[in-house]
Design a protein around this ligand. Structure first.
Ligand code: ZN
Length: 182
């Protein structure tokens, strides 16, 4: 499969897998917008089609019915391995946010450079969305989220320092918005 075909097939599968899921917030934004935003951020730093496909698919094992073998059949071993690196252990689902973020940071320290790059882009996309719609959460939850995202990016930073600096800029804007909340 050539690069553009791989990327478009990833978008097609992710769109059907996430069908009916919405992003948090008032806009009724389809969930698929999030992995596409993550892949677009990654595309500024990598032209590797398998990494971009994995960016688009990064939440399908965690949040949809798509199975590992389905991914392996359609996208091959490397994309599947990347998505697995980006998937939380199901046992973490019920942990409080700060603890879940701490587990993620710990796990990511031992993953591939490509997975860590996608994870920084994921955190960047999420804090951009939260900065635009802070009213969806109380202030304390934002503070926990930002601290957790910073810990994750600290664990991933050596894999993509330039992207991590972009995250820092957005994190500073997010922190200012949080500080202005009641
Ligand atoms: Zn994500």
């Amino acid at each position: 499969m050539n690069g553009p075909v791989l990327i478009l097939r990833a978008a097609e599968l992710a769109a059907s897998a996430h069908a009916g899921q919405l992003r948090k917030g008032r806009g009724q934004v389809p969930y698929i917008n999030h992995p596409l935003a993550v892949a677009r951020i990654v595309s500024g730093f990598s032209r590797d089609a398998e990494v971009l496909a994995a960016s688009i698919l990064h939440d399908v094992l965690e949040d949809t019915d798509v199975s590992e073998s389905e991914l392996a059949d359609s996208f091959g071993a490397r994309v599947t391995a990347l998505v697995k690196e980006l998937t939380d252990d199901p046992a973490w689902a019920d942990l409080p946010l700060p603890e879940r973020k701490a587990r993620q940071a710990e796990k990511l320290g031992g993953t591939s450079a490509e997975a860590r790059m996608v994870k920084i882009a994921d955190q960047l996309a999420n804090i951009r969305d939260l900065t635009a719609e802070p009213e969806i959460w109380p202030r304390g939850r934002h503070e926990d989220y930002l601290a957790g995202a910073r810990a994750i990016v600290a664990a991933c930073r050596p894999a993509a320092p330039e992207l991590a600096r972009k995250f820092d800029d957005s994190a500073a804007r997010y922190a200012a918005v949080i500080a202005a909340m009641a």
